[in-house]
Write a protein that binds this ligand. Structure first.
Ligand code: UD1
Length: 343
């Protein structure tokens, strides 16, 4: 059975492609490679012994997208990861973000309708909740006005899906609201690879320890948390990838209770920035040079998921802890710098 994975050479897309191939699905990756490398396909093949098909297409462009779908109209479902995702960049270049993230969704929905492709899994984010009043955050927590265009594109994308479903333009969709995905595949052949200076915590830590950056700036230790640093729900990317398979199969088997469902994907555990640094040091035996600096504009104090809905309905929960996340993120960084990058 053929599944289209948009953004399949990216961080979460590549891990999900591995899971799908290992489950016997045929995968067509569509990616414009604006933030990833085509070499990822070789490494996915190395892990799974199966090669996904690959098409280089910019999904925000109408004609190439239509051509792509015409060729792959036999797909049973789509998992849509392809998007621009840097919060700071989205503030600098909002129009680029809207054009890419919303334009792609318009084209995908049109083609799903045209070719009656039934199932869509959408990569959403806990960013839609802003700083919630009550923790942990359930899926019923009201969505708050986005702080940055990036978050706004996630909200609008969800609304576009809801409207397309209401009008029967498409038939089934699930939005997965990720908390903070980190870590890498056990093989250390795929992982997170930000272009330039990382903005997210885990790649900043691994790049610092490998010697590419001097030290980690911890953004603020005056939050109302145990150690004063901000709290997030870090989730291992392989657990996250597994959840995509479960959600997809729910739609493919027609087990969904409603045409549109939303699930939080997190561990339910909040960890502070210093917890992550301590975990890294514990799991690798290496020191993380860091300093406390001021808060980062736009950061929230704490957020973590209520995981009941995913556990009860998807029958999915995470199995990997923070030390496995930090250890695997480090194994990937090391393997990438010492072997893959030098090829
Ligand atoms: C951010 C985005 C979120 C997006 C996610 C994935 C915001 C407000 N949210 O999440 O919408 O889905 O990235 O791209 O930007 N930290 C440091 N030093 C660093 C980097 C981060 O102390 O060098 C801290 C941050 O202040 C935060 C935590 O580490 O408390 C996690 O930060 P990060 O990895 O950037 O993720 P979020 O900001 O939670």
């Amino acid at each position: 059975m053929k599944i289209i994975v948009t953004g399949g050479t990216g961080y979460i897309g590549s891990h999900t492609t591995v899971v799908l191939l290992q489950q016997g699905y045929d995968v067509v990756i569509v990616d414009n490679l604006c933030n990833s490398s085509v070499d990822v396909i070789d490494r996915i093949t190395q892990i799974t012994d199966r090669r996904p098909q690959f098409e280089k297409v910019d999904l925000s462009k109408e004609t190439p997208t239509n051509n792509f779908f015409q060729q792959h109209q036999d797909a049973a479902g789509i998992i849509h990861f392809a998007a621009l995702k840097a919060v700071g960049d989205s503030v600098k270049w909002p129009t680029r973000y809207y054009k890419n993230n919303l334009g792609s969704m318009v084209n995908i929905l049109e083609n799903m309708q045209q070719y009656s492709i039934g199932s869509l899994i959408f990569s959403s984010s806990c960013t839609v909740y802003g700083q919630p009043d009550k923790l942990p955050v359930t899926e019923d927590t009201p969505v708050q006005k986005a702080e940055a265009p990036y978050g706004n594109t996630k909200q609008i994308n969800e609304e576009m899906i809801v409207d397309a479903l209401a009008a029967n333009e498409i038939s089934n969709a699930i939005s997965l609201r990720y908390f903070n995905p980190v870590g890498a595949h056990d093989s250390a052949l795929i992982g997170e690879l930000p272009l330039g200076v990382p903005t997210n915590l885990m790649p900043y830590i691994t790049q610092t320890v490998i010697g590419l950056r001097q030290k980690v700036s911890v953004f603020g230790n005056d939050y109302d948390t145990e150690d004063g640093t901000a709290i997030r729900d870090y989730i291992h990317v392989v657990d996250l990838a597994d959840a995509h398979l479960v959600a997809l199969e729910r739609l493919l088997k027609g087990q969904n209770a409603d045409p549109y469902e939303v699930f939080n994907l997190g561990t339910g555990q909040g960890n502070s920035v210093l917890d992550v640094i301590k975990s890294f040091e514990r799991s690798t035996g290496l020191k993380v040079p860091y300093e406390i600096v001021g808060r980062r504009a736009g950061d929230i104090e704490k957020i973590y998921a209520d995981t009941q809905k995913a556990e009860n309905i998807l029958n999915w929960k995470t199995t990997r802890d923070l030390d496995q996340m930090t250890a695997s993120a480090w194994a990937w960084e090391k393997h990438y710098r010492e072997v893959i990058e030098k090829r």
